[in-house]
Write a protein that binds this ligand. Structure first.
Ligand code: ADP
Ligand code: ADP
Length: 230
């Protein structure tokens, strides 16, 4: 069962007189529950690819299917609903809402999806427990450490139990030790929920622990599946 199918995907940015071909006829598919790392040097197109997979940007050519739905055939409001219900996003900088508590930030995607406040808060609390933040529920993001904020962002991304989580350098802003902890939590939770997980990273040792690595170079993709040792 493929969660994502990408076919001949291309992206060219037009910037004044210059055209930049960031992705050229890229094709791959990702099966349910797979953990995929996206590697590539700075400016190689990793964020661009992630945005296209999440329907946040439109390709210049080719298609993305998410659970058999072709993103290019969906309206922006359908895409927004799809993202809120069935995708989770995690960024290098957490993008938490500054005026809301940790609990409210995590409950937000459920509330937007129409859940009752009590149901949303109960689920948010359960997930914050799982990321070890049961003592930080009423704290504002500004009162949390970098690692704690990123754990709140993880809880927010997973609270709707999405099929797909897209993460863009989720530990890039943290020191090595904290990054390792946050990353371990992220992979453990997505494994536990059977979530398909695609993470952009600079970190090869981190990528080596995923099921598979996609490396972008000069607009093309190298696909390396890891042999399972178990
Ligand atoms: P990465 O995430 O691997 O660092 P990006 O996907 O952010 O790479 O960017 C890939 C290339 O596309 C870079 O050369 C960048 O300057 C260019 N680029 C990204 N976004 C835009 C944009 N909105 N307009 C023009 N060029 C862009
Ligand atoms: P930066 O590259 O400045 O660190 P991030 O990669 O952390 O920025 O995240 C900002 C990105 O969030 C923007 O590039 C934007 O495309 C994306 N974005 C915009 N709208 C949404 C949305 N509704 N849900 C998730 N991400 C979004």
């Amino acid at each position: 069962q493929d969660v994502l199918v990408v076919k001949d995907l291309s992206k060219t940015y037009h910037d004044g007189e210059n055209d930049t071909d960031v992705l050229v006829d890229v094709s791959f598919s990702v099966s349910a529950g797979q953990q995929v790392a996206v590697l590539g040097s700075s400016g190689s197109g990793k964020s661009t690819l992630l945005h296209l997979l999440g329907g946040l940007d439109s390709p210049s050519g080719g298609d993305v299917w998410f659970k058999n739905q072709r993103l290019s055939e969906m309206s922006s409001s359908q895409l927004a609903t799809l993202r809120n219900r069935d995708m989770g996003f995690i960024y290098q900088f957490h993008h938490l809402l500054a005026e809301f508590s940790a609990l409210e930030n995590v409950a937000m995607p459920l509330m937007i999806g129409g859940a009752s406040s009590s149901d949303a808060r109960a689920k948010a609390k359960a997930l914050l427990d799982q990321v070890g933040l049961s003592h930080r529920l009423t704290h504002l993001p500004s009162a949390l450490s970098g690692g704690e904020r990123q754990r709140v962002a993880i809880a927010r991304a997973l609270v709707t139990q999405p099929s797909l989580v897209l993460a863009d350098e989720p530990t890039g802003n943290l020191d090595h030790q904290t990054g390792e902890e946050v990353y371990a939590m992220l992979t453990q939770l997505s494994q536990q929920h059977g979530t398909t997980f695609i993470v952009v990273t600079h970190d090869r040792s981190l990528a080596a622990r995923m099921d598979r690595t996609l490396t972008i170079q000069n607009g093309h993709l190298t696909d390396t599946a890891k042999e399972h040792i178990t």
